[in-house]
Design a protein around this ligand. Structure first.
Ligand code: GLA
Length: 609
């Protein structure tokens, strides 16, 4: 069926009638792919969309992360990389229909599943319920995002054919009034296109997630028959849509890299389509968790921070690579396509390999003046009390440690602490350690000890029961006794301009976390991949832009540094190393998402199905 789509606004309107999707009244199959504009630099939106057009898709789907647009309460930003309207228009201009999923919760392996960290400053707030404190905040978000979405709707001549209510609510709770509220929040603000919900293929999940007036869809990676059967049991008429076809998967630090074979994924696609179903590939192009925006999962009480890359082993790779999976899907989609499928663009140009010695240094301690003013209090302040959503906190106190050997106990540690005593690194404590204690040798000479604890927020949990944490720490004790009298300094290293005023020198002036700086010279901007062999754990900036986190434990080894972030000539690389500084920075021509300490460990091909 190779027909040119008709883009007049009436023809674009998507409805459900007689058990089928209809577009402009005609029976229609949605061939959609997820691409998150917030995980792709805006200069590359067009390139990635062209690749997805060449895959054979007729629709693009994106979440809209509330916390990325309203990082500070009341200050909502839709400009530059956050200009979601521009992204939607670009997709529309290429002939795509668009599905939007504006939350308030999105999951998506995104920090706090898209909820703003500042919500956690409300003690005991019940997230994703009718708790008036939550609803009060959500109302502001819906006011703003509906104003952006309204002119983009198919009913107003735009490309947006459908909007999702909440996200997999059936995996979280059972406040039915809240789901109805989310639906009404859209409709009363003029969102009059097809509403949908999406849930896992389990009766109880549908029961809690579905809402009258929205068409239910189902999420799965395999066992198509069972999933659609479960959907039919609660929505007998159809049409069937898989809103998240998990054809790849994401990675956590310290766990094997995930891949899913092309043939296996293609077979599931064929099942979906040959049975008459519609599909949204999750992901079609995954992109990158730039900055500090990765989320975390939890399993058996253990925190599992998601890596910086969100490649997802998708059809279109993080740097625009077209995998075997791309071509396997394309062969199938050809038979169902609703447009003439174009040829994909060539792989974007890449920089040649080189490396550079890191020659300039400054300690984190020596850089505290570049950040927020410290706050004094009896107990340490948790991140949210400091008005901080992401990054690090520098906690400092001067206790009298009263024995030669003292057990320091940290309460409420989230997530990883570097402890310094009198300027010397005493150890690292991780939230996943069995005990949050450190036995330290002290002087016992009657003078106070300078105690510094630097805590990293590794990303807020984005799924299920772990949602809603306080980051930083709650209290510190020596034995049973509290240590009082703290200064807490919020280090918002993820904010724009965070490292602009660092004063580098020839060597670091004290122990502990340290910034290193070097330059890489390139003839012409192109895609590159930064590796930090010999370094431990930290963060890396290119020309002041925070590319993300690195960690020697892998599996991710290189960080994607896309062409728009480079300049002709000298480029500044800044590294903040928390544990063990290396001496060189490498620029590579190829990505490595499956190495580090996990190199050689079989890749995982396990899926939530
Ligand atoms: C669920 C969520 C998505 C994403 C996937 C896993 O289906 O709805 O946002 O988290 O799991 O990648």
């Amino acid at each position: 069926m190779n027909v040119t789509p008709d883009h007049t606004s009436a023809s674009r309107i998507l409805t459900v009638r007689d058990g089928a999707f209809r577009r402009g009244g005609e029976e229609h199959r949605i061939l959609s792919g997820a691409i998150h504009y917030f995980r792709v630099r805006p200069e590359l939106w067009h390139d990635r969309l062209l690749r997805l057009r060449a895959l054979g898709l007729n629709t693009i789907e994106t979440y809209i992360p509330w916390n990325w647009h309203e990082q500070t309460r009341g200050d909502i930003d839709f400009t530059g990389p956050r200009d979601v309207a521009r992204f939607v228009q670009e997709a529309g201009e290429l002939g795509f229909d668009v599905i939007l999923r504006p939350g308030p919760y999105i999951c998506a392996e995104w920090d706090f599943g898209g909820l703003p960290g500042w919500l956690m400053a409300e003690p005991g707030i019940a997230l994703r319920t009718m708790d008036p404190r939550f609803i009060g905040a959500v109302d502001g978000w819906f006011d703003a995002i509906c104003e952006v979405m309204r002119p983009l709707l198919a009913t107003n001549g735009g490309p947006v054919v459908s909007v999702q209510v909440e996200n997999e609510y059936g995996s979280f709770g059972d406040d039915a009034e809240y789901v109805r509220y989310c639906r009404d929040a859209l409709t009363t603000r003029g969102i009059d296109v097809l509403l949908v919900t999406s849930d896992g293929p389990i009766a109880g999940m549908f029961a809690a997630g579905m809402v009258e007036g929205a068409h239910a869809t189902v999420n799965f990676g395999s066992r198509t028959g069972e999933a659609f059967e479960a959907l039919r049991a609660v929505q007998p008429q159809g049409p069937d849509m898989c809103m998240e076809f998990w054809n790849g998967w994401f990675d956590h630090w310290g766990e094997p890299h995930h891949v899913r074979g092309a043939a296996d994924a293609a077979a599931t696609l064929e099942e979906i389509l040959s049975g008459g179903g519609s599909v949204n590939f999750y992901m079609a192009h995954g992109g990158t968790n730039f900055g500090l925006w990765n989320g975390c999962n939890t399993e058996d009480g253990m925190l599992q921070p998601t890596v910086t890359s969100y490649d997802y082993d998708a059809a279109v790779g993080e740097a625009g690579e077209l995998s075997e999976k791309f071509y396997a899907f394309r062969e199938i989609l050809r038979r169902y396509a609703t447009h003439e499928i174009p040829e994909p663009p060539a792989l974007p140009a890449r920089l040649g390999a080189q490396d550079a010695a890191v020659t300039e240094w400054v300690s984190l301690r020596g850089s505290l003046g570049a950040f927020d003013a410290p706050q004094q209090s009896a107990l340490p302040k948790q991140m949210e009390q400091l008005g901080q959503d992401q990054g690090l906190v520098w906690y400092q106190a001067s206790p009298l440690l009263d024995a030669e050997e003292v057990t320091l106990q940290i309460d409420g540690l989230a997530d990883r602490a570097t402890v310094l005593l009198d300027g010397v690194v005493a150890g690292t404590i991780d939230r996943n350690d069995a005990e949050h204690t450190l036995v330290v040798q002290t002087r016992s000479d009657g003078r106070p000890t300078e105690l510094v604890i630097i805590v990293e927020n590794q990303g807020r949990i984005n799924f299920a029961g772990g949602l809603g944490e306080h980051k930083g720490l709650r209290s510190v004790r020596q034995g049973a006794r509290f240590i009082h009298g703290w200064t807490s300094t919020a280090l918002q290293i993820g904010r724009d301009g965070a490292i602009d005023s660092l004063q580098f020198g020839d060597s670091a002036d004290s122990a502990g976390p340290v910034f290193g700086r070097t330059t890489l010279t390139v003839d012409e901007p192109a895609d590159g991949f930064i590796a930090l062999p010999g370094w431990g754990k930290g963060f890396v900036w290119l020309n002041g832009f925070l590319l993300g986190r690195y960690w020697e434990r892998g599996p991710q080894v290189t960080l994607y540094a896309p062409a728009p972030l480079w300049r002709t000539g000298e480029n500044e690389i800044v590294v903040l190393e928390m544990e063990r500084a290396g001496s060189r920075v490498e620029l590579r021509g190829e990505p490595d998402l499956a190495g580090g300490r996990l190199a050689g460990i079989p890749k995982a091909a396990e899926f939530f199905d």
